[in-house]
Ligand binder design. Sequence first.
Ligand code: SF4
Length: 363
Amino acid sequence: MKIKRKVTKKIYVGSVDIGGLAPVRVQSMTNTNTEDIDATVEQITRLQDAGCEIIRVTVNTEKAAKALPQILDQISIPLIADIHFNYKLAIMAVEQGAHAIRINPGNIGPEKNLDKIVDCCKSNSAVIRVGINSGSLEKDLLKKYGHATPEALVESALRWISRIEKRNFSNLKVSLKSSSVLDTVTAYEQFSEVSDYPLHVGITEAGFGVRGIVKSSVGIGLILAKGIGDTIRISLTGDPVEEVFVAWEILKSLGLRYKGPDIISCPTCGRTRINIEKIAKIIENEVKNETLYFKIAVMGCVVNGPGEAKEADIGLAGGEDLGVIFKKGKVIKKVDGEDRLIEEFIKELRAYIKSLKKEEQLP
Ligand code: SF4
């Protein structure tokens, strides 16, 4: 099955295309103090290396806004300034070179503030992300719907979009966030039915560790599986580099993007005679900086392993005395002992990676 993506309006955040036929973009957000230029650049550099394509930074003070030119000089991905409450900071961030701003219209003050932001973005070709959040919905919508329902989120988004469009501005992307995963999914579905603006997808306050990853993966996965979503961000408590790894794994598992090898390892069972976990970790470490996509299998027994993993481009399967290395399900080498198996497999893996051609890779 292949996901049929909705074709949305194409926009550019800096040099990165979003929407239209562009691939789903991986976004992240720094958790450094933006005023601390060195720490922020260091984190963005690590995020870029991990595959982050667009970065959002908090701009909560004038000093943070003024730090943007120096940050921008040292990074190679477009930057979105995250603004709350203070419309003047939005204007300042755009004037300092931010490629986009994320605002929550519900907390930016009177409408005339929004007008000033829109005019500034228009003259600087910056994008506005309209970030609707269930926590700051308009009072009349809360009264109409009883609480922050998906319908209320969508109506709020459409209302702000139409206000912005009245000023002849459409360089927009939209996000709709509710604290409930299923309400967020429904809101995205409903919005996507009535609007072609590109959508940024995320699950707010997902949490940390396994819980956060599961919540984000389920929510974002459900939305992406419906063909909805042009940029994604996984919100996890902790080092944001982890968010980028999770984002790519979600995109790979849905067949939407391909970056870095997919490592399949068998769940192990009573037949397992080698240390699958240890071997999988050694291989993962070996390919951690590899950006080309292919499938590696690490299987626990010679009898079933190669057959069970015939989809894999290259793999190993280990028995008590004998291990095998296989390509596309066909055994190419037989080796004695676990250590030799690892050694020989790494050699074959390196040779296989050398044989791959960048131009033949999937997007
Ligand atoms: S590959 Fe072998 S060891 Fe691994 S789960 Fe399957 S049968 Fe068990």
